[in-house]
Design a protein around this ligand. Structure first.
Ligand SMILES: Nc1ncnc2c1ncn2[C@@H]1O[C@H](COP(=O)(O)OP(=O)(O)OP(=O)(O)O)[C@@H](O)[C@H]1O
Length: 243
């Protein structure tokens, strides 16, 4: 099913067109990597989808009701089911892993939260911890976790909101090789039941995701397909070699 449709979106900053008639479609479930050189518009694309930046034109169509997200507040969009993981982890370092997850579960504000009984919380918390491979670390302070584990904890906290689409910004940055492998596996698993968009510079990591790749350049889609397909594309090669 089609979950998200970005349709002919443009945004200009001080006369500079950062996003230029961008169109992109996401299914549910789906895993997608978005790559592109510096300044290609990757961050601005996420800012538009999450309501942080309002485009000058175009539409962002969401869900089975074909709701246009443009003009909605960031919190309305989050409630509609779009979660965003920024590059830097923002977990509560003085709280334990369990406390961080419990806070995220309590913070659920969507209409389903009322159906979600408090007594179900321990089970859901255990499930989340399992999903992000932190079951053994529930009683540790988040500040004691490795960089990779903090990132997983934050992903777990986002999962508590049950997003239908998760946007993840450069998850592999600063991770050890073992953590990268874990993260790629985690994202692949998450994308079996929801839509996940990963913005990433690291091609080795993108290869591990084994998913469709969208290459952005100058605010529009330059190429789309498997990593092998897009890396053979002459336009993509030229852009990456800076010609
Ligand atoms: N608020 C803003 N005001 C002016 N220009 C901006 C603003 N935000 C982004 N830009 C410009 O828009 C272009 C796209 O930026 P964006 O950050 O989306 O690219 P990116 O693909 O995320 O790059 P990187 O890989 O370096 O993070 C860049 O040229 C950037 O300088």
């Amino acid at each position: 099913m089609r979950l998200l449709e970005v349709d002919g979106v443009s945004v200009t900053f001080d006369g500079f067109r950062a996003i230029n008639n961008l169109s992109l479609s996401m299914g549910e479930p789906e895993l997608r990597a978005v790559i592109g050189p510096n300044g290609a518009g990757k961050t601005t694309f996420m800012d538009i989808v999450t309501g942080k930046t309002r485009p000058d034109s175009g539409r962002v169509i969401w869900g089975e009701e074909n709701r246009n997200l443009i003009g909605l507040s960031e919190s309305s969009i989050a409630r509609a089911g779009i979660g965003r993981k920024f590059q830097k982890p923002t977990v509560f370092e003085d709280q334990t892993v369990r406390e961080n997850l419990a806070m995220a579960l309590k913070a659920r504000r969507d209409p389903f939260a009322v159906l979600f009984r408090r007594s179900d919380m321990p089970a859901r918390l255990a499930e989340l911890a399992e999903e992000i491979a932190l079951t053994e670390h529930l009683t540790r302070k988040a500040g004691e976790l490795s960089h990779g584990q903090k990132q997983w904890l934050e992903i777990g906290m986002l999962l508590a909101q049950e997003p239908r689409l998760l946007l993840v910004d450069e998850p592999a940055a600063g991770m050890t090789p073992a953590e990268r492998t874990h993260t790629a596996d985690l994202l692949k698993r998450l994308a079996q039941t929801r839509a996940v968009i990963v913005v990433e510079h690291d091609m080795e990591f993108v290869r591990r995701l084994e998913c469709k790749v969208t290459v952005l350049h100058e605010g529009r889609v330059l190429a789309e397909g498997s990593l092998d397909h897009v890396t053979k594309n002459q336009d993509v090669i030229d852009v990456y070699l800076g010609r």
